[in-house]
Ligand binder design. Structure first.
Ligand code: OFO
Length: 171
């Protein structure tokens, strides 16, 4: 059974994961309507992943005797200055989410909830991977600049596949 404090922080995170999914959908729409097909595919896939995270939090709260609350979600931005600016915002957002996950881990320890603490380790690892893969993309964009993004747009799904296979091999 979840303690009230732990349930509260988990339920708060439901809104954060839902917002993350919508933010990446909004970015995907911007990329798709500005001719960046590869970037939009990357973002659509990312939005799907965030939706899975959202479901994980909902199901866990309910399974542990709590009650998930489906929140209203703030509208994400609809335009971005450039692909680079957008990915900088993705990195900033992922860093923020990592901090939130870290705070939830802290609450679990304070409350002596070692079951939820263990369950959260998947998210801790996921955030490390997400931050690293987005940081890699931001570094590439810093090298390329805002012009000549044609090849970058063609390659970005390959970068995603590489990051995923490195994760699964522990590389
Ligand atoms: Fe939900 O993992 Fe990123 O934000």
């Amino acid at each position: 059974m979840l303690k009230t404090k732990v349930e509260e922080v988990l339920v708060n995170q439901i809104e954060k994961e839902a917002y993350s999914s919508n933010l990446y959908l909004a970015m995907a729409v911007w990329a798709e309507t500005n001719g960046f097909e590869g970037v939009s595919n990357w973002l659509y896939a990312q939005a799907e992943e965030e939706r899975l995270h959202l479901f994980k939090f909902i199901r866990y709260v309910n399974e542990r005797g709590g009650k998930a609350v489906i929140p209203a979600i703030e509208q994400p931005p609809t335009t971005f200055a450039s692909v680079k600016d957008m990915f900088d915002q993705v990195l900033e957002h992922e860093t923020y989410i990592s901090e939130l996950i870290n705070n939830i881990v802290g609450t679990c320890l304070q409350e002596g909830d070692f079951t939820t603490h263990t369950w959260l380790q998947w998210f801790v690892t996921e955030q490390i991977e997400e931050e690293a893969s987005v940081r890699g993309i931001c570094d590439k964009l810093a090298l390329i600049g805002d012009h000549n993004l044609y090849l970058f747009d063609k390659d970005i799904m390959g970068l995603r596949a590489q990051a995923k296979s490195a994760d699964s091999t522990g590389a």
